[in-house]
Write a protein that binds this ligand. Structure first.
Ligand code: NAP
Length: 311
């Protein structure tokens, strides 16, 4: 019998209890799924969320892995009390949701939808021919589980797609870049930029006064990655100067975004409350169960965090 401790907020237990049990049965695992323990030494796996009750993993002396329910790991990857593999969440439902959210916002900018959605003033403006995706360049900062799926969706719609990652990739139909020079080159040709990078020491403020300056005038920014990726003050300057025409921001350095933050009032900013995509209990539970199956079978875990790289 495997012992797994569910360490997320109480309200998420109701969402996950049934899907987790179902996924364990599908994988042929016998699991005692618990929410509290007085004997941490008996726990094999911690199913973890940063908003849950555990931060000291020291007492879990026989732990085999920490299985995170979150895709972003910046709140846990530096936790020195974790001495076992730390696996982040990769979930097809999370990816699908992100593809839909990102595609929707790309199309909003590409088609200039606001002009008609917000501009119903009785004037029959038939003078603008809708553009084609093949004439628009979209750059993705981050080509991981989420960024790559979004880039492929944009490619499928006909956009000119490029992507930037830490390691240079070779991808059919997508122009790829790495390094500081690669970022400069990609930004300089991207009319729409999507940020799907993790928050690490290396990615903090990656869009700053200098790099925003590489963008073509009137570029659009979509950030469902992390707030720390963008220097807020530099973005506000770029919006005010017209360098950036509009930004859709789902994530912020402080969440909820404080009411006094200038993003709320700025006419060229759309604020969404960190809803771009969520872990879906059914598919996420399959990821958790598969990693537990692997742990029991002595196979390598999936989606382990590279603690040195920070993601
Ligand atoms: P991932 O699979 O780890 O991919 C991260 C990508 O970023 C990889 O392509 C990686 O390059 C690249 N990268 C990392 N450090 C870099 C650097 N210094 N320079 C250039 N590229 C770098 O992560 P994911 O699953 O796609 O998730 C991305 C982020 O989305 C998460 O970390 C989280 O912050 C955010 N997220 C947001 C929401 C939301 O609702 N808003 C939901 C889920 C996740 P390599 O390919 O070379 O490793």
């Amino acid at each position: 019998m495997i012992t797994a401790l569910f360490a997320d907020r109480a309200e998420n237990w109701a969402r996950y209890e049934v899907p987790l049990h179902k996924a364990f049965v599908e994988k042929g695992l016998e699991v005692d799924l618990i929410r509290h323990t007085d004997t941490p030494e008996s726990v094999d796996y911690v199913i973890y969320a940063p908003s849950g009750p555990i931060s000291d993993f020291g007492p879990f002396v026989n732990l085999k892995a920490v299985l995170s329910l979150w895709a972003g790991v910046e709140k846990i990857e530096g936790n020195a009390s974790i001495k076992v593999p730390l696996c982040r969440m990769v979930d097809e439902g999370l990816s699908e949701g992100m593809v839909e959210w990102v595609t929707g916002h790309i199309l909003r900018y590409h088609l200039g939808m606001d002009a008609h959605i917000l501009g119903q003033d009785g004037a029959w403006r038939k003078d603008v021919v809708p553009p084609l995706a093949r004439d628009r360049s979209v750059g993705f900062m981050g080509l991981g589980e989420l960024g790559l799926d979004c880039a492929k969706a944009a490619l499928g719609l006909g956009f000119n797609v490029s992507g930037w990652s830490r390691s240079l990739k070779t991808l059919d139909g997508i122009e790829t870049f790495a390094g500081a020079d690669g970022l400069r080159e990609m930004l300089s040709k991207s009319q729409i930029i999507v940020l799907l990078l993790p928050n690490t020491a290396d990615t903090c403020d990656v869009l700053n006064a200098e790099t925003l300056g590489f963008l073509p005038d009137g570029a659009f920014i979509i950030n469902p990655g992390r707030g720390e990726l963008i220097d807020d003050a530099a973005l506000l300057d770029a919006l005010d100067s017209g360098k950036v025409a509009h930004a859709t921001l789902d994530v912020f350095r402080v969440e909820p975004l404080p009411v006094e933050h200038p993003f709320w009032e700025h006419p060229q900013v759309t604020v969404t409350p960190h809803i771009a995509s969520e872990t879906r209990p059914m598919s996420a539970s399959r990821t958790i169960a598969e990693n537990m199956r692997r742990g029991e079978a002595g196979e390598p875990f999936l989606y382990t965090v590279d603690r040195a790289a920070g993601y």
